[in-house]
Design a protein around this ligand. Structure first.
Ligand code: ATP
Length: 359
């Protein structure tokens, strides 16, 4: 279903002890911990040679201990899988742990590959898009202040260095994954300096990749075009906030928050998570959430670690559950529970004789 080989990805060290990888697991809030339990159940069943170091971060804690432990663990292991760590928007002064984590680890790119699952209730069929999103600066610089009473300033930081690195990643990704076109998404008609820098840099890097077509589109029009005719896009190269918007629009068009996974890469570390980064607090603990975004994140993680056979087996079991058996949770218009989905994945693994002793 997906391209099993993750190419154009920076070389990243991975902890491996006695033939097994150790991966940091940050369940986060809401549905995070139940989804992580299912990942562990499936990995245990399939005999995946990965051990998890599970660390809970309390977003409201005054102490930084949880946070320091999590960062130290990821730096030691090189790889993490995570749920969303909730930061309520009214908590002024408390920095989003999700953003801080990406900054601290230098995870400069977020890659979201959205490919339609046939038979899933959706607004568009046959979508196959990749969003390559700047992940550490732009509108997420978190530099806001009230200069005088009633006047708030928020800084959007765009640097040539980060834009260049991201653009090169996007074109390399396109080249090595058989993609034909990169579209830079911007608002350079209004933010002439900041988005202008992002756009100009992408145009300059595009010249190094004459085999890949390059064009650009204003973010507003992109949203309209995505909703009207998504097939015109291939790889979208975006600043941080536009990447979040376009990722959510695309997922909304083809199945919502519960299906697709996102990958975060830097020069040294890789972190895998559900693509739209939702917490799902209101659906937690009810056995109704869709587990596949997190399971797909675990497949991405296995591919990254080089456990491609396990990745393919789990990915095929997910695909068969969604497409062939049509076991769909309520968000996809179905009546299945989360555990129905997991049981069915385990059943497929059993049928293919994928269990502890297979590989
Ligand atoms: P809450 O966290 O209380 O659900 P929210 O607005 O913060 O509210 P998000 O976590 O951002 O919600 O999720 C957006 C929407 O997507 C919500 O309606 C949520 O229930 C739904 N959603 C997120 N993840 C999943 C999932 N894995 N399965 C099904 N629905 C999901």
């Amino acid at each position: 279903h997906k391209n099993p080989v993750q190419k154009a990805i920076p070389k990243i060290p991975k902890a491996q002890y006695g033939g097994r990888h150790t991966v940091t697991m940050l369940p986060g809030g809401g549905i995070g911990s139940e989804l992580m339990n299912y990942v562990r159940e499936i990995f245990r069943y399939a005999g995946v040679p990965v051990d998890f170091e599970v660390l809970d971060i309390d977003p409201n804690s005054e102490s930084n201990d949880d946070w320091d432990n999590a960062i130290t663990s990821i730096k030691r292991n090189g790889v993490a899988i995570k749920g969303n760590i909730e930061t309520k928007s009214e908590q002024i002064g408390i920095i989003s742990r999700n953003v801080a984590l990406r900054n601290e680890l230098g995870l400069y790119v977020n890659v979201l590959h959205c490919k339609s699952y046939p038979g899933v209730r959706c607004h568009h069929k046959d979508v196959d898009l990749v969003v390559v999103r700047q992940n550490t600066e732009g509108e997420y610089a978190m530099l806001e202040h009230e200069s005088v009473s009633g006047v708030v300033e928020s800084l959007k930081i765009i640097t040539v260095e980060a834009s260049e690195r991201l653009a090169r990643f996007a074109f390399n990704y396109a080249r090595t994954n058989g993609r034909k076109k990169v579209t830079t998404i911007h608002k350079a008609n209004i933010m002439k300096l900041s988005d202008g820098c992002f756009l100009e840099t992408s145009r300059r890097i595009a010249k190094e990749f004459p085999d890949i077509k390059h064009d650009d589109m204003i973010i507003d029009n992109t949203c309209m075009q995505l909703v009207a005719r998504p097939a015109q896009f291939d790889v979208l190269l975006t600043t941080n906030l536009y990447g979040s918007i376009t990722s959510n629009v695309i997922c909304g068009l083809i199945g919502g928050a519960g299906l697709y996974s996102g990958r975060n890469y830097g020069d040294h570390y890789a972190v895998f998570e559900p693509g739209t980064r939702n917490t799902g607090t209101s659906i937690a603990g009810k056995n109704i959430c869709n587990p596949f975004a997190m399971l797909n994140a675990s497949v991405d993680m296995l591919n990254h670690l080089g456990h491609t056979q396990h990745a393919q087996a789990i990915e095929a079991a997910i695909y068969d559950t969604i497409v062939v058996d049509k076991i769909h949770t309520a968000d996809l218009g179905g009546t299945a529970s989360t555990t129905d989905c997991i049981q069915n994945v385990l059943k497929h693994l059993a049928e293919k004789h994928v269990s502890c002793s297979t590989f």
